[in-house]
Design a protein. Sequence first.
Lengths: 284, 302
Amino acid sequence: MTVSDVRSASSAKLSLGKWLTWGVVAFFLLNVFALVISVVVNSFSRQWFGTWWPAGLTTSWYATAWHEMNLLDVLLVTLQVSLAVVVLSVVLGVPAAYALARRSFVGKPLVNVLFLLPILMPPMTYGIPLATVLYKFGLAGSMTGVVLANLVPSVPFVILTMTPFIEQIDPKIEAAARMCGARTSAVFGRVLAPLLVPGILAASILVLVRTVGMFELTFLTAGPTSQTLVVSLYEAMFSAGIRAQQSVDAMAVIYTGSMAVLLVIALRFVNPTQLVTRLKEPVT
Amino acid sequence: MTATVEKPATPQDRPSLRHRLAERGLDRTIILLLPALLFVLVLFVYPVLYGLQLSFQPKEGGSPFGNYTRFFSDSYLFDTIWITLRLAIPAALINVLASIPIAYRMRGRVRGKRFLTTLFVLPITLGTVLTAEGLLRYLDPTGWFNKVLGLFGVESLRLIHNYTGVLLSLVISGFPFAFLLTLSYLSGIDPTLEQAAATLGADWRRRFRYITLPLLAPGLAITFCLTFVLAFSVFPSAYLVGLPQGETRVMSIAAYEAAFRDFDYPLGSAIAMIMAVVMLVVIGIVLLWRSTLYRGATGGKG
């Protein structure tokens, strides 16, 4: 058997495996998209009972959903909560990430674990005690409570994504700026900040997506006027008997649409494959 | 020299406190850490400790361990541990194992890579709640999936309001996440290592077995942990597509119902604490295994 025989035999096996892999991928994606489409179709349908296609199409369910569930208020709350969470988590997280990236000190492993736990723990486990505490201090049931609860995983998340980002900025650049006579404010404002902007942007978009999609913490701490979109969608589904299924689906479509827009924007700034390590493209 | 050692140092002889702290890495930069640290202490550590001590004060009084003995003696509560693990472990395994071959084919430069990663990320936008709504429509006995099966003469399958429904929702929401992480770890492995192995005559199977997999394994352990945590805390889908009082009564449902339906905060906190312990045990086992693996400087280390 020559070398080329071996190669062609293995590439034949490879292509079988390749087809199998892509087949599974296609099946998965096909079903996920069919699943989404069936919600979208139902949200536009006049009536749909057990047939392939609904009896007629209408957009009236969107108007119904918009009025019945005060979607404008809900969207405003969602927007306010997410923006507050993004800004506060960047303000708290980036300086901490800088300190962690640049210094090693006694107890640093402990601090790292402390920042890792809120991301690692399921929201339900610390969410229930957190909600209890927030209720005790009268903070739950308001927007403040929702923002505070959502910050718990977001601040560590910003720290976790920003620390490696800051580590790869060469500290010699800062040293050089200082040597050329820059004050601390100038080092931060004119040297570090421009270098940090891409990382901060990436981290904030990810926090935004996480907050809009965060169900458990918001669900546990929100009151009737501080529900975000995902929580009021859950409430609408949970009390499905009261409302027409189509208007619940219309709401679900609005939710997915806004999430998809956010994510497409996010993907323009963040390459998801570079979240953990920076990509080394093979030299070709 | 000896004189300074014998005599208890006066401030002039000793380096200043600030200098000594700076030698241990504690200088002014550390102040930047304090706001975030304080925040985590007040809103994460304090509530958890508060919940912990609350769990030792049963609502009805009695022994401080009342809530825990109640959990372990009441099979309706105790069984939630197995129900949760029976969902979370298979879901996490499916997500990690399925993402390896797909990510392996997409490492490096592949045509349409950005498009495909976008396709995979989109299911994340669905979130658990929409996934649940979609599953209810799509897998309904009169839904499209069963209609297509009907074309092939297959009896319609009961896929929602049971274990399968929740498992499917966990795969849909967890797989894209596991895939992106795995792809990220794989992309971090230096491709020249594999090229070197290929030059030495290793076929793709050996390259994968002896080069890629060992470098990837620590990253896979982390991916498993993260998807396991996501699946472990399943809540909305267990309610909506599962059987919340039966085979998908997971721990988070039991904890939520105790705390916010029956207003028994101590019992709710106790269940949340047990939940955390069970999760940490599983993750601890995985991380212990991970610590025996090679974690070199060539990436994929996580």
